[in-house]
Design a protein around this ligand. Structure first.
Ligand code: SF4
Ligand code: SF4
Length: 438
């Protein structure tokens, strides 16, 4: 009987691989190949110019079947190169580099197309153009972290290379306090021959406290039983560093940047093995026969990943990418795994909530459960009426999209969707204002 801690690498070739030309929140690449071309592993498929880019490489050998708009986990249709993979294992020459200066390290990370779990290219995340004193590694997705524990030395080396590349003086690795397996592994790990300091975040003892105390370059902290999703950057900063974000501010404003476990391993692979970013770990949970964590090549359709987990258990009702609360439900399992895919959740037809929203009865249950002390029902009602300025006044941007309010709402209001929509509108208005003043 398989369990969630099992990690398998999917070796079976998919019938087709869909490689989107944009796998991050930035500029789309232009394809470098055309229909009928043969490609090999690691070959660059997409390139672009600009300040926010992530090159795309082929994780497969194969033939270019078509190039066009294809379904994507973002919910949009994105220009993609569709390959028919072949058994050939030919790769481009992977050329490792040693003892290179920081500027070259950043260049290698950029060339490798590495992207953070929150969709920012890693080379940009490491160099935000502000004074940064701490690089946080968010290792609070336990199953993803477990998938990399067998290569923890490479993850730590990659993290050190990120510090070197960025010039950030210190690193903090953040674990969940209840993730005993990871805590044990990190306690046994060493950096530069020295054991890592593993400390709990307690009261006012944030990471800064320990860093000053032990004077290590890298420490590990166990910070509550929270998985910090991309919408929870403000909590991550407040809980781990004791630095609260002002409304509309981002982590670099409090001198912090974040990376993931996957990207640290990818940085190691890029610099020490010369490999671009081609695959990563994804957890598959819910209504599948063998839930597990898989190492999967980007471009592999979700349905092939679910097949590798024993197939659907019962009648599938919904497939959700990256979490049942803040994730995106996809309308087809033909969408591919991409660089920011962390998890796939399958719900059965019976589990899918199909209740119609009714009128708010002002019970305030949503207020009681909101960890950010917001008024979810009020914000959602204003968003529904297009009053986005009012949503902003009611701190909609502070919502971490945890979904707690929607779970308890007896009126089945679509609170998270409405609040998320208001956040999008507020940010769009903000960007328009910035553009207008430039
Ligand atoms: S999703 Fe709801 S409960 Fe969670 S932070 Fe946002 S408003 Fe609060
Ligand atoms: S929980 Fe639902 S019904 Fe109750 S106040 Fe909030 S939005 Fe209204």
């Amino acid at each position: 009987m398989a369990n969630l801690s099992d990690v398998i690498k999917i070796d079976k070739l998919p019938e087709k691989a869909i490689i989107p030309m944009r796998q991050h929140d930035g500029i789309a690449c232009a394809p470098l190949v055309k229909k009928g071309d043969e490609v090999i592993v690691g070959q660059k498929l997409g390139e672009c110019e600009g300040s926010d880019l992530a090159y795309v490489h082929s994780p497969f050998c194969g033939t270019v079947n078509s190039i066009g708009l294809m379904p994507n986990p973002s919910g949009k249709r994105i220009l993609s190169v569709v390959l028919t993979p072949s058994e050939c294992e030919q790769t481009v020459d992977f050329i490792p580099e040693k003892n290179v200066p920081p500027s070259r390290l950043i260049e290698i990370i950029k060339e490798a197309g590495i992207v953070e779990y929150y969709e920012k290219p890693t080379y940009l995340a490491l160099k935000p153009g502000k004074r940064i004193d701490t690089l946080l590694m968010n290792a609070t997705f336990p199953l993803i972290t477990h998938a990399y524990l067998s290569s923890l030395d490479k993850v730590l080396e990659g993290f050190k290379l990120m510090l070197e590349a960025s010039g950030i003086p210190r690193g903090v690795i953040v674990l969940r306090a209840d993730d005993k397996e990871s805590i044990k592994a990190f306690k046994n790990a060493k950096v530069d021959g020295k054991p890592l300091t593993v400390a709990p975040i307690v009261g006012m003892r944030h990471a800064d406290y320990y860093l000053e105390d032990v004077e290590d370059q890298i420490i590990v902290v166990a910070a509550g039983n929270i998985t910090y999703t991309p919408t929870m950057m403000n909590l991550l900063s407040a809980n781990v560093m004791g630095r609260k974000l002002l409304l509309g501010h981002e982590l670099p404003d409090v001198h912090v940047v974040v990376c993931g476990v996957k990207s640290a391993k990818a940085v190691y692979d890029a610099i020490n093995e010369g490999k671009p970013y081609l695959e990563s770990a994804v957890t598959v949970t819910g209504a599948v026969n063998n839930p597990k964590t898989v190492i999967v090549k980007f471009g592999t359709p979700i349905k092939d990943v679910i097949d590798a987990c024993g197939g659907y258990k019962g009648e599938p009702g919904k497939v959700i990418i990256n979490g049942s609360m803040g994730g995106v439900a996809v309308y087809t399992d033909e969408v591919p795994v991409v660089k920011n895919t962390v998890g796939i959740v399958v719900q059965t037809e019976a589990e899918v909530l199909r209740d119609e929203a009714t009128v708010c009865i002002h019970c305030a249950r949503c207020v009681d459960v909101c960890p950010m002390n917001l008024l979810p029902g009020r914000i959602a009602a204003m968003a529904d009426q297009g009053m986005f300025d009012r949503c902003k006044d009611y701190f909609a941007l502070n919502c971490i999209e945890c979904g707690e309010c929607a779970v308890v709402c007896p009126a089945k209001k679509h609170l998270v969707q409405l609040i998320r929509y208001s956040k999008l509108q507020i940010m769009n208005q903000k960007n328009e204002t910035v553009e207008a003043t430039e």
